[in-house]
Design a protein around this ligand. Structure first.
Ligand code: ZN
Length: 59
């Protein structure tokens, strides 16, 4: 009945760890630059964490 198998995508704002690169533009992040991190919540199993993206220019 309620067979919604679609993964839900969420996102939150954080700071990127050193060495991470933006998934969209492939540039690095500044030390105190805010970034989006995408998460994929699944109904069963642990949530999967996705890549980082620049907060403003890569929305
Ligand atoms: Zn970017």
């Amino acid at each position: 009945m309620t067979a919604t198998t679609d993964a839900r995508q969420g996102e939150y704002v954080t700071y990127a760890p050193k060495g991470e690169k933006c998934a969209k533009c492939k540039q690095g992040f500044g030390p105190l630059e805010r970034v989006w991190r995408l998460t994929v919540e699944r109904q069963s199993g642990a949530p999967a964490f996705g890549p980082y993206q620049h907060y403003e220019k890569c929305r």
